[in-house]
Design a protein around this ligand. Structure first.
Ligand SMILES: [Zn+2]
Ligand SMILES: [Zn+2]
Length: 314
């Protein structure tokens, strides 16, 4: 599909690569028509900095994000003849502080932040997607001394409660990697954890109700999954309740633009995803008061010229 709603660049994110302009030029070269630029929001406590940011002053992290917005809007205008760039951000929810600062950030920048990718990357203040040992630490931080199943249930429940808080308060247009909580355990079946499953389902239904799109995020393939995020059980639940999907590469540099998109058609087809949606600027404010609206890609998505030469059999 000629859309992606989620990306990073080394210019404004220390664990990514390349200049933002190089990301945009590569997206144009590959035939993307809509490409979302969504840098991570700043972090506000020294202990929450990413490892690569160690030693960076907090005000530098904050001004890096402001410079991202400036550059993204410059590129949006400069390349408007070739591509629609949407300028947004990807959330963090480490502690409640992040949500308070997000409120302030959105208020300060107003319409310059066109949409929000709602993501959670921490449980109990600990990153769940950095590496396996850190994930294990997050997992066991919640239920020391309890049995494995209870620990896992508490971990998943905490993740989905945080996600719910984020959805309720900010109504993100795109639900980022909905099941990142099982990144290091892709075989984990959420239905084995009934309490967590209920929370995941509650979140999905809430997101559908206010009009969000669910991200079909190809980065999971790069992490060794045989599906995109979300995995099959979650996709099934979303579809059953009329949820809509939008595509993302979640690229961290020009080399990862469109990475593993060739594997998406088969996954979409086997899951029975018949419609692909994307965000479009609009005069009408959405449920969050921002001026983008979900739009359906007309016709049969699998016939789109974008896929030619991108088939998994090539
Ligand atoms: Zn993310
Ligand atoms: Zn991301």
């Amino acid at each position: 599909m000629p859309h992606s709603h989620h990306s990073h660049s080394g210019q404004f994110c220390k664990h990514a690569k390349g200049l933002l302009e190089e990301v945009v030029v590569e997206a144009i070269r590959q035939g993307f028509k809509v490409y979302g630029l969504t840098e991570h929001v700043p972090r506000y406590r020294t202990e929450d900095l990413y490892p690569e940011e160690a030693g960076m002053p907090l005000n530098e992290i904050a001004s890096q994000f402001d410079r991202f917005l400036d550059e993204a809007h410059r590129l949006k205008a400069q390349y408007a003849f070739a591509i629609t760039l949407l300028v947004g951000l990807e959330t963090e929810y480490i502690t409640d502080t992040d949500l308070d600062y997000l409120d302030a950030l959105l208020a300060r920048h107003g319409p310059r932040i066109e949409y929000v990718v709602g993501s959670v990357h921490h449980v109990n203040g600990i990153p769940i997607d950095f590496d396996r040992p850190t994930y294990q630490k997050a997992l066991h931080s919640l239920g020391p001394g309890t049995e494995a199943a209870a620990t896992q249930e508490a971990f998943l429940s905490s993740y989905y409660d945080a996600q719910y808080g984020l959805l309720q308060r900010f109504r993100p247009e795109i639900i980022g990697h909905l099941d990142l909580c099982r990144l290091y355990d892709p075989g984990l079946s959420i239905s084995n954890y009934p309490e967590a499953q209920k929370k995941m389902e509650r979140n999905v239904l809430h997101a559908i109700e206010y009009g969000a799109l669910f991200e079909m995020n190809a980065a999971a393939f790069r992490k060794g999954w045989d599906t995109a995020y979300p995995g099959r059980d979650v996709v099934e639940f979303i579809l059953k309740h009329g949820g809509r999907f939008a595509l993302s590469d979640d690229s961290h540099g020009p080399d990862a633009v469109g990475l593993n998109y060739h594997r998406l058609p088969e996954y979409l087809r086997t899951m029975g995803v018949e419609e692909v949606w994307y965000l479009k600027r609009s005069d009408v404010a959405n449920a969050a008061g921002r001026r983008v609206q979900p739009t359906r890609l007309e016709g049969d998505w699998s016939d789109h010229v974008f896929w030619r030469g991108r088939s998994a059999d090539d």
